[in-house]
Write a protein that binds this ligand. Structure first.
Ligand code: HXC
Length: 268
C-alpha cells in the first residue's frame, strides 16, 4: 500500500533497528528507508541479515547489517558504534528484537522466564544505554539543540492478562516502563523522545506464527468483535509518525495499533 507520508520525512536521518531483518522490524526498516533514512539492522542470524540488507539496497536504501545479540552488552556497544562509524551519526533507535513462545506458567522454567526478560527488557535497556551518547543533543554528528528518538515495540498482553505468556507480559510491561522513565530523564536532560508501539495481531510475522495457532485465531474471531489482523505496514506507518517531526511533542507514550482489539468484549 502506498504511504500517505511524503518520501523525505526522514531525510538525512540514520536509524538502527534491532530485529530489523524480519517481521515488523524489517517493515519498519523498509519504510524508514523509503522515507529518506539510512538504515542499520541488527540481528543474530547472518543469512537473515544479508538477505534483508540486499532487499533494502535493491530499493535504493542505504543499508547495512550488523550481527549481534541484544543480550550481550559488548554486541550492543559494537553495533551502535559500527552504525555511527558507517553513517556518521545516529538519530533513531528502534528496539524490535524480541523472543517469545507459548508455555503455561507452571511449565515455564525460571530460566525460560529470564530469557525473554533478557531479550525484550534488558536488551532494550542495553541498546538504549549504549545509544545514549549518540542520540543526545550535541552527540556525534548532532546539533546541540536537538536529540534523537527511541521507539520500542511492545504489546498489549499486559493490559489485562494473556494465556501462556506470563514471561512476555512481564517483559513488555517493563518495556513500557522503560519508555516512560527514559522519556522523563532523557527528555529533560538530552532532548531525546522515547515512545513505544503496541501492535495487535499482525499477519505474516514470527509472532503470529509462533503464538496464534489457526484454531485460536478462528475462535477469537467469534468472540472478539474487533478481531481483525493488521499488516506490518500499519505498524511501520505508526513508527514513521512517531519518528518524524509530526510526532515531535509525543514523548513517553505507547501507541496501541491493534484496531481496538484489546478493548474487545463479546456482544450481549
Ligand atoms: C518452554 C522454553 C521454550 C518453549 C525455550 N524455552 N523455548 N520453555 N517452551 N517453547 C526455555 C528453555 O527451556 C530454556 O530454559 C530457556 O527458555 C532458554 O532457551 P534457549 O533455547 O537456550 O534460548 P535461546 O536459544 O536463547 O532462544 C531464545 C528464544 C527463541 C526466545 C527461546 O525462541 C528465540 O530466539 N526467539 C527469537 C525469535 C522470536 O521469538 N521471535 C518472535 C517474536 S514475537 P531451561 O530452564 O530449559 O534452561 C513477539 C510478539 C510479542 O515477541 C507480543 C505478542 C502479542
Amino acid at each position: 500500500m502506498e504511504s500517505p507520508f511524503k518520501s523525505d520525512i526522514l531525510h538525512g536521518k540514520v536509524a538502527l533497528i534491532t530485529g530489523g531483518g524480519s517481521g515488523i522490524g524489517f517493515e519498519i526498516s523498509t519504510q524508514y528507508g523509503k522515507h529518506g533514512a539510512s538504515v542499520a539492522i541488527m540481528g543474530r542470524r547472518k543469512a537473515v541479515l544479508d538477505s534483508a540488507v540486499s532487499a533494502l539496497q535493491s530499493l535504493g536504501i542505504p543499508a547495512v547489517g550488523f550481527e549481534g545479540d541484544v543480550r550481550k552488552q559488548e554486541d550492543a556497544k559494537r553495533v551502535v558504534e559500527s552504525t555511527v562509524k558507517h553513517f556518521g551519526r545516529l538519530d533513531i533507535l528502534v528496539n524490535a528484537a524480541a523472543g517469545n513462545f507459548l508455555v503455561s506458567a507452571e511449565d515455564l522454567s525460571p530460566n525460560g522466564f529470564r530469557t525473554v526478560m533478557d531479550i525484550d527488557t534488558v536488551g532494550t535497556f542495553t541498546m538504549c544505554h549504549e545509544a545514549l551518547n549518540y542520540l543526545k543533543k550535541g552527540g556525534k554528528g548532532r546539533s546541540s539543540s536537538n536529540g534523537g528518538m527511541i521507539l520500542n515495540i511492545s504489546a498489549t498482553l499486559h493490559y489485562t492478562a494473556a494465556w501462556y505468556q506470563i514471561h512476555v507480559s512481564a517483559a513488555k510491561a517493563a518495556v513500557d516502563a522503560l519508555a516512560r522513565n527514559l522519556a522523563l530523564e532523557w527528555g529533560a536532560d538530552y532532548d531525546i523522545r522515547v515512545n513505544g508501539i503496541a501492535p495487535g495481531p499482525i499477519s505474516d510475522t514470527p509472532g503470529m506464527s509462533k503464538l496464534v495457532p489457526d484454531e485460536i485465531e478462528s475462535k477469537a474471531r467469534e468472540y472478539m468483535p474487533l478481531y481483525k489482523l493488521g499488516d506490518k505496514w500499519d505498524i511501520a506507518m505508526a513508527a514513521l509518525y512517531l519518528a518524524s517531526d509530526a510526532g515531535k511533542y509525543v514523548n513517553g507514550a505507547t501507541l496501541v495499533v491493534d484496531g481496538g482489539l484489546w478493548l474487545s468484549r463479546p456482544r450481549h
